[in-house]
Write a protein that binds this ligand. Structure first.
Ligand code: ATP
Ligand code: MG
Length: 426
């Protein structure tokens, strides 16, 4: 037997309605903020991710699903959403004067990372994300955060904390990197093995280390805010002030760095306070990336966005026992008794469906009681009982499942004008 690949899941119909609900809620909330959907390919040129996410990041150096195709092109399955959106933004010149400003987008879909699978961590997983181009107004940073926050609130998720930090401008970040290197270099032997490598590749990421050996050293390390210039500090302060005004709670976390190279200024994460989704408690992460569009060959313009892990969000909803609306009940269930009524039964469900109703029937030749149980499972509002004697009389027994009231209704009338004929019974 062939099984699914490790790190992938099948979303079965029993789960799929939760996904639909979550996605519908996201669309509804994002529409209020006037973000429009973009759908970009699941695979891109490998170089796109190397040049945006960054060569030394875990995502590019360890987690990429990349392959050479039959034309010897180096492909990669997308590990995140921003790079593809930025590529499309540049390729279609969406920065042109004819487009809305700022240009606000959202996406949802699968991402791929070669990681060790565990609860809340898969090799194919889904993100919902947003990107805004062309606004360096701190109100845009806050709009993006507020949108993520209200999406989660709308779903009823509790126990979340918003952590926020600033990485400053690229030069400030560079100065800070040098200070960090100077601080960690003499302590190299005391660092964990992976942080020793990080010291070579990207010392910023040592701050991200969850290794207890590193923690104490990290606590004493220089702080980023000492390296931020006036402009960066002012931007960050405005973001904080605006979060206060909107009443969105946050914690400033000077250790927050995020695992992608393209961020500058505001960065944030939304984290579940309890251990309900295991160690993988970050639900949403994002920030500002003003250099990225230019870095990928577009004009110098700003960007800000977030990516939210849908599987982790669903785990949270489950853990917090948040109710997800059940699927729509069936309007009409046709209890179909005997070969002779097979065609008429089919005509009746078809007429109901053409009238915009949700309709189902028996296909299995089950007995009367089993069919009524099936109707209950579908939460049918009405059942039609159709046997050979009804067919001879040209009627069905229409039964209201709630009140048990029952009446004969002419089949031809139903087929001629289902909507009007059934209206008094629904
Ligand atoms: P982590 O530190 O948990 O690896 P990350 O920093 O790599 O997260 P991002 O690149 O910021 O994650 O992606 C945004 C969100 O996507 C994460 O907060 C998380 O909810 C989700 N996510 C990331 N990787 C995975 C994965 N392998 N499986 C499921 N969800 C994931
Ligand atoms: Mg990761």
């Amino acid at each position: 037997m062939i099984r699914r690949m490790i790190g992938t899941v099948d979303i079965l119909p029993e789960e799929a309605h939760k996904w639909q609900y979550l996605e519908a809620t996201a669309r509804e909330v994002f529409n209020r903020y006037q973000y429009k959907e973009i759908r970009t390919p699941l695979f891109e040129d490998f170089d796109l991710f190397q040049r945006s996410v960054g060569e030394t990041t875990d995502i590019v150096s360890k987690e990429m699903y990349d392959f050479y195709d039959k034309g010897d092109r180096h492909n990669a399955l997308r590990p995140e959403g921003t790079a593809g959106v930025v590529r499309a933004y540049i390729e279609h010149k969406l920065h042109g004067p004819e487009y809305r400003k700022p240009y606000k987008l959202y996406y949802m879909g699968p991402m791929f990372r070669y990681e060790r699978p565990q609860a809340g961590r898969q090799r194919q997983f889904n993100q919902i994300g947003v990107e805004v181009f062309e606004s360096d107004n701190p109100a845009t940073d806050v709009e993006v955060i507020a949108m993520a926050w209200s999406f989660l609130e709308e779903l009823g998720v509790k126990n979340l904390t918003l952590y926020i930090n600033s990485l400053g401008k690229p030069q400030e970040r560079q100065n800070y990197l040098e200070a960090l290197t100077a601080y960690f270099q003499p302590l190299k032997d005391q660092l964990s093995a992976s942080s020793q490598t990080r010291l070579e590749d990207n010392p910023l990421r040592i701050l991200d280390s969850k290794n207890p050996e590193d923690q104490a050293l990290v606590d004493e390390a220089p702080k980023i805010h000492e390296y931020l210039g006036e402009e960066s500090l002012a931007h960050f302060q405005t973001v904080i002030d605006m979060l206060n005004v909107l009443g969105i709670p946050y914690k400033i976390d000077e250790r927050l760095v995020r695992g992608l190279d393209y961020y500058q200024d505001t960065i944030f994460e939304i984290i579940a306070n309890d251990q309900s989704i295991g160690a993988q408690s970050t639900v949403c992460g994002g920030g500002r990336y003003d250099g990225l569009v230019a870095q990928l060959g577009g004009p110098q313009t700003s960007g800000v966005g977030f990516g939210l892990g849908v599987e982790r969000l669903l785990l949270l909803l489950d853990q917090q026992e948040i109710e997800i609306p059940v699927e729509d009940p069936v309007d009409v269930f046709v209890v179909t008794l005997g070969e002779a009524v097979n065609t008429t039964s089919l005509q009746l469900v078809q007429a109901a469906r053409n009238a915009g109703l949700i309709a189902e029937r028996d296909f299995m030749g089950r007995g009367l009681r089993a069919q009524f149980r099936a109707a209950d499972r579908h939460q049918a509002k009405l059942t039609f009982v159709l046997g050979e004697s009804e067919l001879e009389e040209g009627v069905v027994q229409v039964r209201n499942q709630e009140t048990s009231e029952q009446e004969s209704v002419n089949i031809q009338n139903l087929l001629d004008d289902f909507e009007t004929t059934i209206a008094p019974y629904l």
